[in-house]
Design a protein around this ligand. Structure first.
Ligand code: NAD
Ligand code: ZN
Length: 242
């Protein structure tokens, strides 16, 4: 913890790269961690199969059944990690949160410098006329959600397996990673591409990994903390001068 505090005190441009483990303390299960959704069986299908582009087009009814039940958590609130990152942003120390999460909790905490590289459940668009809908549209509909204006299918702005993430969001995320002096990688198994390879853009001074389990980035990290992201980030003191 002392070393992490020192790294944060000395850094001037921190970037936080996070995954599902950042939100488990808010009550949202991850995929591959202990208690993650990969342990559950959905008629022999894994979340990765259901949340794929081809499954969405072939079985939209079953896609939305899973999506409503397992991907949307309207009661979830930001935890100590989300809150501390907002504090670091306000103090001018943090240049960006690059998140693979789609839950919108960083924005709820107040953070503005957020790169949601896999999109967000909060944004949904009609596939025919592009009308925008909030998350309530999905929650308050049954079966396949339909556009009020034209009857088209309303699709979540969430990057499905087999789809390419938004180019400009990725460019912004990679630019911040390549310009930062300290990168904190947390709560991610680093098994989803292209997100995981974004770390290759890091050439800064200090790489920190905070995760419950081992990750592929541990070997090149300056500091590896094995524990709870919310607890660890919650303990950090935000100081502008070292
Ligand atoms: P993952 O499930 O593959 O890995 C999560 C990692 O975090 C695991 O290594 C686990 O051990 C660790 N972890 C879990 N809780 C932790 C905690 N409290 N403290 C420290 N470590 C913890 O998640 P991923 O790498 O983000 O990839 C999953 C994909 O699924 C992402 O693309 C994401 O879009 C999506 N997803 C998003 C959410 C969300 O928005 N909250 C939830 C589940 C999955
Ligand atoms: Zn429409």
């Amino acid at each position: 913890m002392e070393t992490l505090q020192q790294i944060i005190d000395r850094a001037k441009r921190i970037v936080f790269f996070g995954g599902a483990g950042v939100s488990t303390a808010s009550g949202i299960p991850d995929f591959r961690g202990a208690g993650g959704l990969y342990g559950e069986e959905w008629a022999g299908l894994t979340p990765e199969m259901i949340l794929s582009q081809s499954f969405f087009y072939l079985h939209p009814d079953r896609f939305f059944e899973f999506y409503r039940a397992k991907m949307i958590y309207p009661e979830a609130r930001p935890n100590a990690a989300h809150r501390k990152l907002f504090e670091l942003e306000k103090a001018g120390k943090l240049r960006g949160v690059v998140t693979q999460n789609i839950d919108g909790l960083h924005r709820d905490a107040g953070s503005r410098l957020v790169y949601e590289i896999h999109g967000s459940v909060r944004e949904n668009y009609c596939m025919d006329c592009n009308a925008f809908y909030g998350v309530e549209k999905i929650l308050n509909s049954a079966g396949i959600p339909r556009c009020d204006r034209c009857g088209g299918v309303v699709k979540p702005w969430v990057v499905l397996y087999g789809e390419a993430p938004d180019k400009y969001t990725c460019m912004g995320a990679c630019r911040e990673i390549s310009n930062c002096d300290a990168l904190i990688v947390a709560g991610t198994s680093l098994s989803v591409e292209p997100a995981a390879s974004f770390l290759e853009y890091f050439h800064g001074r200090r790489l920190v990994v905070i995760n419950a389990e081992a990750t592929p980035a541990d070997a090149r990290a300056d500091l590896v903390l094995r524990g709870d992201v919310a607890e660890i980030m919650g303990e950090i003191e935000v100081r502008t001068e070292a």
